[in-house]
Write a protein that binds this ligand. Structure first.
Ligand SMILES: [Zn+2]
Length: 399
């Protein structure tokens, strides 16, 4: 197949179809009348375009959830069997993948823990190829039309050319033409995304039921970062570097951060900091259920805090207080309506989460505090892969 055939195809041929499909994606099941009132398109234009979309199997009629009344109204939904999309994300510690249907539902998820950080570039590429091939084998028989492959890279990327420029977490990963390598191997169109592109796309679809145009997501784990949607647009910054929440300085203490700075939020409050601080306190003969735990991890500390361990609670509360202060500063600047924390934050239990919210609310200006909604994400895994797949589908829906 020639190279230019490896293009992700659009589901629409004009802007009207695109507007209608966006309405259906966001509000399915939705009636033609509601599409007319939401878009200011004419009834005739909506009817005509919907007829084309139905004929092409891109959308389907489905009963509306409200089936009362003499004439049951029908609604339009995206046809899940129109096709599917593969997505594979990789980090220093392994790979995750999903197959998503054309109605934005995950059909298959998979993951593999493997230390990619200690491998050569060739070995990492081989791991990605093998993992993707195994995922492709799992495409269900009624979804065989595969639209494309989304690949989510942990580093800095050149989106246009599909090249990973640099990753601080993979040792041998510089100027890797990921898109070309995988397109040639799989004969499938590939789109390359970075973590922050994928994360905000996934969070926006999965955790934003009211479709708020102003959204902030706080990612918490080995690192700390943030993703933003403001006035309906995802914000990545001039060089795609926006969101480095973890590298805001929170203390004058000379605690080194891997970014080269000192006293960064990430160095004081991310998972490795929880493990380090707890281990140090355990050396002082403090009483704790974590005493004697081999290879103590930050997750161990969060779980012990949830079970009421006092030492763990103290360590987590100190970290969450810093986190709350930094997030509050950003909230004051960008004024989100909805603030969502990584699900890992909730692992520490109700009391620690209350400490976080208290710290946050203390530093938010009052008018912000009145309108801000806060929640903890329910998405435990595969956020990046889901976001990559959704981003491809979003692309297909745009004119
Ligand atoms: Zn830093």
């Amino acid at each position: 197949m020639s190279k230019d055939k490896l293009k992700i195809y659009k589901f629409v041929t004009n802007g009207t179809q695109s507007m209608i499909l966006n309405q259906i994606r966001n509000h399915a099941p939705i009636s033609r009348t509601t599409i007319v009132s939401n878009t200011n398109l004419t009834h005739a234009a909506v009817s005509r375009s919907v007829a084309v979309l139905l004929k092409n199997d891109i959308v389907k009629e489905s009963p509306l959830s409200d089936e009362k009344g003499p004439r049951r109204k029908r609604g339009l939904i995206l046809n899940p069997e129109y096709g599917c999309c593969l997505a594979v994300g990789y980090t220093a510690f392994g790979l995750e993948g999903v197959i998503v249907d054309t109605a934005y539902q995950a059909l298959v998820t998979s993951e593999r823990k493997v230390p990619l950080n200690s491998m050569t570039q060739e070995q990492v590429i081989q791991q990605i190829k093998n993992f993707t091939e195994e995922l492709r084998q799992k495409i269900p028989p009624n979804h065989t039309d595969c639209i494309g492959l989304a690949v989510i890279d942990p580093g800095i990327i050149d989106i246009e050319n599909g090249v990973s420029l640099f990753s601080s977490t993979l040792n041998d990963w510089k100027n890797v033409p990921v898109k070309d390598i995988l397109e040639n191997h799989f004969n499938l169109p590939v789109m390359l995304f970075n973590n922050s592109n994928a994360t905000i796309t996934a969070i926006d679809r999965l955790e934003n039921p009211t479709l708020s145009p102003n959204l902030m997501y706080v990612q918490y784990g080995r690192g700390i970062g943030s993703s933003l949607k403001l006035e309906g647009k995802y914000i990545f910054g001039h060089a795609d570097l926006a969101g480095e929440l973890g590298h805001i300085r929170v203390t004058a203490e000379p605690v080194p951060c891997h970014c080269g700075g000192i006293g960064c939020l990430e160095a004081m409050a991310a998972l490795p900091a929880l493990a380090r601080n707890t281990s140090r306190m355990l050396l002082d003969n403090s009483v704790s259920s974590l005493k004697g735990t081999e290879n103590l991890s930050g997750i161990d500390v969060l779980k012990a805090a949830a079970e009421g361990d006092r030492l763990a609670t103290h360590v987590v509360e100190e970290a969450y207080t810093y986190l709350g202060q930094v997030v509050a500063s950003v909230v004051n600047v960008v004024n989100p309506e909805l603030l969502i924390f990584d699900h890992l934050v909730g692992l520490a239990g109700k009391n620690c989460v209350e400490t976080l919210i208290r710290s946050l609310r203390k530093d938010i200006m009052e008018p912000h505090a009145k309108t801000l909604q806060i929640r903890i994400s329910e998405q435990e895994s595969h956020l990046n892969a889901m976001g990559g797949a959704f981003a491809i589908l979003d692309y297909c829906l745009e004119k």
